[in-house]
Design a protein around this ligand. Sequence first.
Ligand code: MN
Length: 421
Amino acid sequence: MSAEQKVNSLQNGLSTKRLARASANLRFDSSGNVRLNPIAEKQKRFRLRASRSFFSKVKNLIRVENLRQAAFEKKGFDGFLITNEANLLYFTGFQGASCILIPKKGRGIIHVYGTNYEQAKAEAKGFRVDLVKRGEDLGIKIAEEVKASKIKKLGLDSIVGVPKVADYLKLVKVLRGVAKIQIENEPVRALRRVKDEEELELMRRAGELTSEGMKAAYEAVKPGVREYEVAAEIEYAMRKKGSWGTAFETIVASGVRSAFPHGGCTDRKTKKGDLVVVDIGATYKYYRSDMTRTIVPGKPSAKQKKIYEIVRLAQEKAFQAVKPKTKARDVDAIARKAIEDAGYGGYFVHGLGHGVGLEVQEPPALGQRSKDRLAVGNVVTIEPGIYIMGFGGIRIEDTVLVRERKAEKFTKGPYTLETKP
Ligand SMILES: [Mn+2]
């Protein structure tokens, strides 16, 4: 599809005059996806005030159009069903849709139960909102729409959880002889892993809130304080500054428990000289952030300092290597080599990092087996660690944006073991 055709196909539901204005602000990125151009991005704050709902409608239409390009033109689908929660949020900007059917042409159809019906109508711009009535069978409803829109090859983004598997099997049954169904995650993932300016603004804010939480952690970690008390101070600080909630369950793992990479948070009292791994994240308008620091209440030992420096250097080296077109596994390898060279290779027991966005773990993956390549607009974590049973663990993590030249850190805070520098 030509750029012009693509913009024209956004016309669904937009008046010619308004569309002309919107089209002038569109550009195409290197993957051929439609984006608002940078000047339009700059004017956005002003424009949003004037017509927030119009722009959210254009944004949603652009995203649906990009999906059509990725799934219909490149993969041969002629209909797409979105069921994954984060994907639903990505396309509609609202939480509570059951699924969206994207037909060949025209608006996507949001299916929503009564509880969320009014909110969907108010918030999910650029879609047709369809109420699923009590007792109505969603699978049959979708099948009827698939038939009506003459869809022959329906793509499906994901199947997560037992009820959804059951829905899927039912859908396959109902659509037998009508349309083929195929699970295909890549088209939506490809869109979601390259963040646009608006998403980046929200993620920057989530990073700032997370950094505020980490400041609170440095103040709260003291000998005798319990892990959950530290977590409470962190979460309170983030909430108070505007966090919509935690991006995942706060980790405050102290002493021997710090050697468990996902140590959670218990009622353990931290002791003088303990390693305390603090892994936290705030959420802002559904976008998440992820940050880890390791703190010692009291005076760190020589061994703790030595290992800390190894992890810090590995993180710094990996951060410097974050560039577009770089293989994600090469960035992992740089951190891994730094830790191996220092003699602790066997103690770095997880991948270097992962993508962050609407979900706290999403593509691309930064691990030894990753096939991903970094691209401008990816937001990823860089989080090397060394975990020694009986001694404790040290991890340092930041959420960073891949840019043309140097990557940008969204989470900011000193790299110090001591509570007071
Ligand atoms: Mn992480």
